[in-house]
Design a protein around this ligand. Structure first.
Ligand SMILES: Nc1ncnc2c1ncn2[C@@H]1O[C@H](COP(=O)(O)OP(=O)(O)OP(=O)(O)O)[C@@H](O)[C@H]1O
Ligand SMILES: [Mg+2]
Length: 265
């Protein structure tokens, strides 16, 4: 199963991707998380100590790797000619971080040309790597995507089985999510689910979602969880949150309802 976690900035993409990663890996599934944010922070959320996390070079920033695989030389404007189908099948193992027996992470970096200063060979390498991860791997792949890098576009989006669009319980945020879901449908992502996160007033949120999303969209409420705020405040990983905590409970219910073929503990 290949899952895209998308949505507007600050809605909770990284928190939810990390929580899903723990739920699935602790239920016995092999899980690989890919961070495609230009400001990567999934590693810290997944428990990599901050001193180590700052030393991680995203694939798109790894000039030596990009040069080795694409033939483009940095410092020479990267050249006009570079390989469009670089070798990528060993990258997850060589450049990935093993967090537990079942859980791995690769910090890819942004594939958005405008945010990357258009290092075209680097983006070509990252896209090829993502394509490989989405088509040739057995494990569950969770992509923590960048806000606004609208669902990756053609050539990648269609390989996702499921998009979780993270939203907040406000009219504006739900409107943006509806746009993102429509875009994802056009790009042939099969299953699109809106997760309305950080819900404090369930009654109010449910009324708003019934009105705006109704039966037309798949949606679930994820409640505001003080434990999430606490670990974030202390710079601790999501792993430290008790498993009976609200985000874990809510997201397990989402998995049971949307992907019942996956058995979670
Ligand atoms: N269910 C929740 N309960 C309480 N706080 C939450 C919840 N989900 C997310 N948060 C908090 O909201 C903030 C944003 O979360 P997060 O970093 O996961 O969002 P994001 O969408 O990945 O942001 P960005 O667009 O910057 O990557 C964080 O402070 C996080 O702790
Ligand atoms: Mg994030």
């Amino acid at each position: 199963m290949k899952v895209l976690v998308a949505g507007k900035g600050g809605t909770g993409k990284t928190t939810i991707a990390a929580t899903l990663a723990y739920i699935l890996s602790e239920s016995g599934y092999k899980v690989l998380v890919l961070d495609t944010d230009s400001v990567p922070n999934t590693a810290v959320t997944l428990g990599v100590p901050i001193e180590e996390a700052v030393e991680i070079t995203p694939l798109t920033m790894n000039e030596r790797l990009v040069e080795e695989r694409t033939g483009a030389k940095p410092g020479e404007g990267w050249g006009l000619f570079f390989a469009l189908n670089p070798k990528v099948d060993d990258i997850a193992e060589k450049y990935g971080i093993r967090l537990s027996e079942n859980l791995g992470l690769v910090v890819v970096g942004s594939i958005d040309a405008s945010k990357q200063g258009c290092l075209c060979p680097a983006i070509a390498l990252a896209r090829q790597f993502l394509r490989h991860m989405l088509t040739a791997r057995e494990e569950i792949v969770l992509v923590d995507s960048e806000a606004g890098a609208e669902v990756f576009g053609r050539g990648l989006a269609e390989y996702f089985d499921l998009m979780f669009c993270i939203s907040e319980p406000t009219l504006k945020s739900l409107d943006i999510s509806i746009k993102l879901v429509k875009m994802a449908e056009e790009l042939s992502i099969k299953q699109n689910v809106i997760l309305v996160n950080k819900v404090k007033d369930e009654e109010l949120a449910r009324r708003l979602c019934n009105k705006i999303l109704g039966e037309k969209y798949r949606w679930h409420l994820i409640h505001y969880d003080e434990n999430v705020e606490r670990v974030d405040y202390e710079g601790k990983p999501i792993r430290d949150i008790p498993r009976e905590s609200i985000v874990f409970k809510d997201l397990k219910a989402v998995i049971r309802s949307e992907t019942p073929w996956i058995r979670v503990r």
